[in-house]
Design a binder for this molecule. Structure first.
Ligand SMILES: Cc1cc2nc3c(=O)[nH]c(=O)nc-3n(C[C@H](O)[C@H](O)[C@H](O)COP(=O)(O)OP(=O)(O)OC[C@H]3O[C@@H](n4cnc5c(N)ncnc54)[C@H](O)[C@@H]3O)c2cc1C
Length: 439
């Protein structure tokens, strides 16, 4: 078994080096505990800028940061690259890709993944964008499709390669739609002189009546107007019914022929096996009490996207946003220290710092408490907040220089196909034909 314990202090195993996990680990640095941080990647990801990686405006290294480097010098912490596959709740150990790991306290900070609501065709044919590898897949796929559009013989053949559809009009869908519209407006003619700007169409669709659902009416209306001004077709109150890789069908009978569909319509918590299904709530999140302790357990906690503090005031838990994960990580560090020292704990209280979304160059919308505004000033604040939140000095500088270059040239970023994206064969087809799986 990995990670022998120095028996002096209890061992806190944290699964996930995302926003919640690293905040918790950092705030436990001076407490009488040993920490073992596990993540399936050796880096921390900054998801709010994934869409820029996907659309080729930022290199992926700019939004990732080495977890080992982040905890350099923290004496009570060790890090292992490992994927946790199960929890043995009765006997206090984890099953992982590097073997079994015992814990005294376990914190699940595994975040969330894309929810396709059980539809295998959506899962197979559309592109999710929750991780850096997924953002890169999306980038390679759409660049390959533009190359296909160039060599298509007829407008009919070309059409599906030039239709871009974002399903889900939350921040991810809105930001991606804005970026693809900019690509069409400023880059398409330069990179692909054979293609006409009018032939590339960008759609943002949602079955809800507004974009940016959780934000204010003002933010939602402004964002919709900004998108439409940029040429995005915003289709609301429409339900996507099926997709076969080319024909995206809606419940009202409409069909869009497209090879570029991004699925950002739902999320589901990443819950390891062994956690009782009875305590999973909406969005596959683990029900916890007000100190993030998993229901029915004494030494297991869940924070961030994977946990849901269910109370009368928060019947659905807190929203799945970075600030909730960060603040829960910080508060749980205090509470774990109190538990270890035999002191009393304090319930988590969320301080809503507001929300923002950006729509192409120069425009963003912001709900900051009672202040609700949009436009250039909101965009400047958006850039500042995202720059200071990136981990690592180099990442901040490189990202800033990239943004400056793109702003001045209208043609920033690198749109290179470094690795071909090949969609995995459908499982039954692969089995029947014995095709090798591709990554
Ligand atoms: C595209 C996108 C844009 C977003 N934009 C915003 C935004 O603008 N503002 C905002 O507030 N929020 C935004 N969010 C949401 C925000 O990123 C999440 O709420 C936040 O990351 C949750 O933090 P977390 O610590 O719970 O999980 P995460 O930050 O997702 O971290 C989870 C970690 O767990 C690791 N992990 C998962 N499963 C395992 C396993 N089985 N074993 C080992 N390790 C595992 C992962 O590798 C990851 O490092 C965005 C999310 C996405 C996907």
């Amino acid at each position: 078994m990995d990670a022998p314990k120095n028996n002096k202090f209890p061992l806190v195993v944290i699964v996930g080096g995302g926003f919640g996990g690293i905040e918790l680990a950092k705030h436990l640095a001076k407490e009488p505990v040993e920490i073992l941080l596990l993540d399936k990647h050796n880096y921390h990801t900054f998801p709010p800028l994934l869409y820029q990686v996907a659309t080729g405006s930022l290199e992926c290294e700019s939004i990732a940061f080495s977890l080992r480097k982040n905890f350099e010098g923290q004496k009570n912490l060790r890090f292992r690259v490992a994927e946790v596959t199960g929890v043995n709740v009765e006997n206090n150990y984890l099953e992982t890709t590097i073997g079994e790991i015992a814990y005294d306290y376990l914190v699940l900070a595994t975040g969330s993944t894309t929810n396709f609501f059980g539809n295998k065709d959506f899962e197979h044919y559309t592109m999710p964008m929750k991780t850096i590898p997924e953002a890169l897949n999306l980038r390679y796929m759409f660049l390959q499709n533009l190359e296909q559009a160039v060599i298509a013989h007829t407008p009919e053949e070309r059409e599906p390669y030039l239709n871009f559809v974002m399903v889900g009009a939350g921040p991810t869908g809105v930001e991606l739609a804005g970026s693809f519209a900019e690509l069409r407006n400023y880059v398409l003619n330069k990179d692909y002189p054979e293609l006409k700007k009018e032939d590339m169409k960008v759609y943002l669709v949602d079955f809800l009546p507004k974009v940016l659902g959780p934000m204010s009416e003002q933010a939602s209306e402004k964002a919709k107007k900004y998108l439409e001004d940029m040429g995005v077709n915003v289709l609301l109150n429409v339900k996507v019914e099926s997709y076969d890789g080319t024909n995206l069908k809606f419940a009202d009978g409409r069909v869009i022929r497209t090879k570029n569909v991004v699925w950002s319509a739902g999320v589901a918590g990443i819950v390891p096996n062994g956690i009782s299904k009875d305590i999973l709530v909406r969005g596959n999140r683990i029900k916890t009490d007000e100190i993030n302790r998993v229901a029915g357990t004494s030494n297991i906690f869940a924070i961030g996207d994977v946990g849901a503090i269910i109370t009368e005031a928060t019947p659905n838990g807190y929203p799945g946003v970075a600030q909730v994960a960060i603040q829960q990580g910080k508060q749980l560090a205090k509470n774990l220290a109190s538990i270890v020292k035999g002191e009393s704990t304090e319930p988590f209280k969320y301080k809503d710092l507001g929300s923002m979304a950006t729509i192409g160059r120069n425009k963003a919308v912001a709900d900051l408490g009672k202040l609700k505004f949009g436009g250039f000033f909101a965009w400047l604040i958006w850039m500042f907040v995202h720059l200071i939140s990136l981990l690592g000095f180099r990442n901040k500088v490189v990202t800033f220089i990239n943004w400056l270059g793109s702003y001045v040239s209208y043609n920033g970023g690198t749109r290179l196909i470094i690795r071909r994206y090949v969609r995995e064969a459908l499982p039954d087809v692969a089995e029947a034909n014995q095709l090798p799986k591709t990554d």
